[in-house]
Design a protein around this ligand. Sequence first.
Ligand code: DX5
Ligand code: ZN
Length: 227
Amino acid sequence: MSFDRSIKIAPSILAADFANFGAECAAVEAEGADWVHVDVMDGHFVPNITFGPATCAAIRPHIKGVMDVHLMIAPVDPFIEDFAKAGADIITAHVEAGPHIHRTLQAIRGAGAKAGVALNPATPANAIAHLLDMVDLVCVMTVNPGFGGQKFIHSQVAKVAALRQMIGDRPIHIEIDGGVDPTTAPLVAGAGADVLVAGSAVFRGGSVDNPAPYGANIRAIRAAAAG
Ligand code: DX5
Ligand code: ZN
């Protein structure tokens, strides 16, 4: 079976109503989301704090599809088992989070989850050249991690194209995270990305009681990415 490189939209619940995560996850899935992106921040690796494995476990029953957990924490290894037990389908660690990313990726797959590696804007594509057989996803940060609603960093589009080249036919997703909207989606899709994370551009204008704007926003990003 060929690897699914079709465009997938992964709303980031960082832009959702924190008091209503379960219903927000169900709402964006009902409105067309392919995956749900969950941003874990520890106030150390990034200058912001969100939530941990307990919150992931609490929202898991509300997500029918893929729970895509983005760990912006350091260290990572002591928490992998907890996020896997919480039901994360994909666990992504930053290559900058510590000196032993190879061991971290082994531990993620060892815990039964798919392994992702994320690159901050300053980190070159070849930082993961020796990890390609250990990952199921590469996440290119198109903002400096820590907050939603930031401006897209255009210089990262060339890095996406370089990664697409490096990956070749391997079954590895290229995920884009930060500042994705209908104007930036075609740039990264054109460069070879297939997973588009979007927080503010999906949750803008809607709510759990009025989720229709979520659907319209998702469709607009998907249509723009299709070009
Ligand atoms: C930032 C997070 C992103 C963020 C995206 O550190 O990793 O997932 O929530 O939000 P937008 O789409 O608003 O830039
Ligand atoms: Zn993220």
